[in-house]
Design a protein around this ligand. Structure first.
Ligand code: PEP
Length: 249
């Protein structure tokens, strides 16, 4: 981890019921969390209100997606304004499942980021390469292109956390090695330095996601340019998520 405040997000995806979420909240409320870490959870939209009203204020809430502009006649969508109304401080955008399962494109994701930021939400901006792209030696090209789409759209980087999530590592149990993750994080920081500014490069937190768990997080957290984690599966278990939050030394 570098000098910025460590950031750990839990992406609950499309999981949970009122009962299982109530148990998860109580486990998180009872967990000991290192004070110097930003901790955020992203429940499914329909449970955000339940989570916000019962979880400790120590933990901030994120949406898993948001509509690209002001709400209105967009059936099935959730607006940034609605997320804020429920007390969310963050939104995850550009997650690989939205890119590759649902088909969201770079430019659309960039616009979503710009709109969320303009309304005061923080953005967890996800990027990451597919296995075939890594094997073809295109990891940096793909990540830089996805990062550029955010850079082209956003007026400021003050409220953005970049989540590098190699798609081959998400939900597969195949975590990137600390060296593999560090190599990409450093390249992303260099890209920001060369294409945005040295200040943004040094201040923007770059977190890693993809099969992070209580057993591998400490080694990843030791790397200079890994400033936190976005956690899927392991964030559904309160004690394990707490271990990951506390893995920064
Ligand atoms: C994610 O979906 O953001 C993620 C990293 O999932 P998992 O931890 O389950 O690989």
């Amino acid at each position: 981890a570098g000098s910025g405040k460590f950031f750990v997000g839990g992406n609950w995806k499309c999981n949970g019921t009122k009962d299982s979420i109530s148990k998860l909240i109580s486990d998180l409320n009872n967990a000991k969390l290192e004070p110097d870490v930003d901790v955020v959870v992203a429940p499914p939209f329909v449970y955000i209100d339940q989570v916000k009203t019962s979880i400790t204020d120590r933990i901030e809430i994120s949406g898993q997606n948001s509509w690209v502009g002001k709400g209105g006649a967009f059936t099935g969508e959730i607006s940034v304004e609605q997320l804020k109304d429920l007390g969310c401080k963050w939104v995850i955008l550009g997650h690989s499942e939205r890119r590759h399962v649902i088909g969201e494109k770079d430019e659309f994701i960039g616009k979503k980021a710009a709109y969320a930021l303009s309304e005061g939400l923080g953005v967890i901006a996800c990027i990451g390469e597919l296995l075939e792209e890594r094997e073809a030696g295109k990891t940096f090209d793909v990540c830089f292109q996805q990062l550029k789409a955010y850079a082209d759209a956003v007026p400021s980087w003050d409220n953005i956390v970049i989540a590098y999530e190699p798609v081959w590592a998400i939900g597969t149990g195949k975590v990137a090695s600390p060296e593999q993750a560090q190599e990409v994080h450093l390249a992303l920081r260099d890209w920001l330095k060369n294409n945005v500014s040295a200040e943004v490069a040094s201040k923007t937190r770059i977190i890693y996601g993809g099969s992070v768990n209580g057993g591998n997080s400490a080694d990843l957290a030791k790397k200079e340019d890994i400033d936190g984690f976005l956690v899927g599966g392991a964030s559904l278990k309160g004690p394990e998520f707490a271990t990951i939050v506390n893995s920064v030394t």
